[in-house]
Design a protein around this ligand. Structure first.
Ligand SMILES: Cc1cc2nc3c(=O)[nH]c(=O)nc-3n(C[C@H](O)[C@H](O)[C@H](O)COP(=O)(O)OP(=O)(O)OC[C@H]3O[C@@H](n4cnc5c(N)ncnc54)[C@H](O)[C@@H]3O)c2cc1C
Ligand code: FES
Length: 239
């Protein structure tokens, strides 16, 4: 896999351990990243992290990430002017969607941000633990206003988990639903779609990505290699 060096332009906490990083590619990527492709972001001397592109425009890449371990902690310490590297986009773009309904949990909103650059119409819901996260990210990316928000601390939008409010969605029978976020949420949403005969449901999946080349087999989801055939897989992959 080839990598392009990039210089950090900004890297700020939007709320607590949630960060938005913008980096300028110092060479042109051979392929423009399409939603919901991801990058293997290299944090020099630390690790390679799979992160969804939240934006890519004129050589500027944006990522929205949560600090969960050593790799993301080291990434959060990068300052403007520091170097990282990003891989050519991994996985396949999935743009054969018209007016999709996004159901995203937590950092699962990152690929939705990228989609918002390409879609005239979309709707859906974003589930967060803390309403302040939604408030801060919407202020930075006002296009997210098109989504309803459900906050578990009941401080923003609907009160409770996204999965508590699925019945409030007005879904056309043939609406294309794209689900992203924690595995438990994905299973529940896919189960709900199946039980009410709605869909088709697709998942922007995550898995353990190591080589990113379709060679090591660590990223299997529902019999597909996420890095080669994904990251979009059918809801069936989640039972
Ligand atoms: C295709 C893809 C796209 C992703 N996009 C984003 C994104 O846009 N924003 C974002 O915040 N995160 C995203 N992730 C998850 C992100 O890659 C991991 O959180 C990160 O690699 C953790 O590295 P770490 O060294 O900080 O933590 P580690 O020390 O490696 O792990 C800390 C904790 O996070 C869990 N974890 C590690 N890797 C993953 C993973 N791949 N999926 C779920 N849990 C994991 C571990 O089980 C552990 O509990 C994506 C993952 C994939 C596969
Ligand atoms: S990460 Fe190695 S096959 Fe996908």
């Amino acid at each position: 896999m080839s990598y392009v060096p990039a210089r950090v332009v900004s890297n700020e906490s939007v709320y607590g351990s949630y960060y938005v990083l913008v980096a300028r590619a110092l060479r042109k990527l051979r392929r423009i990243p399409l939603p919901p492709q991801f990058s293997m972001v290299w944090v020099p001397g630390v690790d390679l992290l799979p992160l969804s592109y939240a934006r890519y425009e004129d050589g500027l890449a944006t990522f929205f990430y949560k600090v969960v371990g050593e790799g993301t902690k080291s990434l959060s310490l990068k300052r403007p002017g520091d170097f990282i590297a990003m891989s050519e986009p991994v996985g396949k773009g999935f743009l054969e969607v018209k007016s999709p309904v996004f159901l995203a949990g937590g950092t699962g909103i990152a690929p939705v941000l990228h989609y918002s650059m390409y879609l005239e119409e979309f709707s859906g819901m974003w589930g967060v633990k803390r309403g302040e996260l939604a408030e801060a990210l919407i202020e930075r990316f006002p296009e997210l206003k098109r989504l309803a928000v459900a906050s578990e601390d009941c401080t923003f939008g609907l009160c409770g988990r996204l999965t508590d409010h699925l019945d409030k969605l007005s879904l056309e029978r043939d609406a294309i639903v794209l689900v992203s976020g924690p595995a438990e949420m994905i299973k529940r949403v896919c189960g709900w779609l199946k039980s009410c005969g709605r869909g088709p449901g697709f998942v922007i999946a995550e898995a353990m990505v190591k080589c990113g080349l379709g060679a090591c087999g660590s990223c299997v989801v529902g019999g597909l290699l996420l890095c080669r055939d994904g990251p979009v897989v059918g809801c069936e992959a989640f039972g």
